[in-house]
Design a protein around this ligand. Structure first.
Ligand code: ASP
Length: 325
């Protein structure tokens, strides 16, 4: 079976949600779903035989790292097992020199870094495409694409939905990318931004989506608590954890962090809260969850977060295939 790559991605780095238009997204979703069906029927793919990917992860990861590696392997490619710990990074090597090195051994790099600006530093020296796997509190575009695939596959549509983005919207990069990707490409009905005081969506992200909200008549409401009325109105509840590691150590007891602990009850998604939810809706979370999402809904069919992480494998296969094929 041959798959149709998304031609506009060929040889390109994946840096930000804003680089994707509706045509790209629809094509990526179609490709990811075709690959899912193929793999789940027990077949294999050899489209990237002989191609090499190197992940450069300067920050912890479970799903993004493993699903990118699994995606490359499932396409027939190979993965260089580079570990930042134990590398010359510990001897003081600059990011640029490390990128130059791994770039010279690879066809594609996957970068995760605690600093927003690291992505631009890497793409400025890399000869091969760089996949942004999370740049500090900036963006996580491949997560937004897999989130969109999840909504589309689970609900059968993305246009017309009402979604609540909940939790640490200030430092959470997944919600920055998702809000931009959805509002720019889909006619949403309404977006609720539910964040504890001090952890609201950054103004620069709100500014970036303002024109799309107006043009598409998408309603936006910012609140501090997840009320039964909001739960009842939503097709998607998208929870996120407090990004503790993004607050300076000295500010560990800082107001927003303390506010999050205090506000947890107001944003917690659990069985009791889902009582007012529609029968056909989904609960999503990029994971890891800490204590903003209760395990007491794990067996509820509306809990889509474990299926969501699986969609991640197929979306990353679609992306790598389109970039490298
Ligand atoms: N795994 C996601 C990320 O890397 C979400 C999180 O860590 O909270 O951004």
């Amino acid at each position: 079976m041959s798959f149709t790559p998304v031609a506009s991605l060929k040889g390109k780095s994946v840096c930000a949600a804003s680089q994707f238009d509706r045509t790209d997204i629809d094509a990526l979703i179609e490709l990811a779903r075709a690959m899912k069906a193929h793999i789940e029927s027990g077949q294999t793919i050899h489209a990237l035989d002989g191609r090499v990917m190197t992940p450069l992860f300067y920050e912890d990861s479970s799903r993004t790292l493993s699903s990118f590696c699994a995606a490359m392997l499932r396409l027939g490619g190979q993965v260089v097992n580079f570990k930042v710990e134990g590398s010359s990074v510990n001897k003081g090597e600059t990011l640029e020199d490390t990128v130059r090195t791994l770039d010279s051994y690879s066809d594609v790099l996957v970068l995760r870094h605690p600093k927003v600006e690291a992505l631009a530093q890497a793409t400025s020296v890399a000869q091969h495409p760089v996949m942004n796997a999370g740049n500090g509190s900036g963006e996580h575009p491949t997560q937004a694409l897999l989130d969109t695939l999840t909504i589309s596959a689970e609900l059968g549509r993305v246009d017309g939905i009402t979604i609540a983005l909940i939790g640490d919207l200030k430092m959470g990069r997944t919600v920055h990318s998702l809000l931009k990707l959805l509002t720019h490409n889909f006619s949403l009905a309404k977006v609720y931004l539910v964040a504890p005081a001090g952890l609201e969506m950054p103004q620069e992200v709100l500014d970036a989506v303002a024109a799309d909200l107006t043009q598409k008549h998408i309603a936006l409401e910012q609140v501090h608590a997840l009320s039964p009325a909001i739960v009842a109105d939503c097709d998607v509840l998208y929870a996120t954890r407090l990004q503790k590691e993004r607050f300076p150590a000295a500010a560990a007891g800082a107001d927003p962090v303390a506010a999050f602990q205090k506000a947890k009850e107001d944003i917690l998604i659990n069985k009791a809260r889902l009582e007012s939810a529609k029968e056909k809706m989904i609960v999503m979370h990029p994971l890891p969850r800490v204590d903003e999402l209760s395990t007491d809904i794990d067996s509820d069919p509306r809990a889509a977060y474990f299926r969501q992480m699986k969609y991640g494998l197929f979306m990353r296969m679609a992306i790598l295939y389109s970039v490298l094929a």
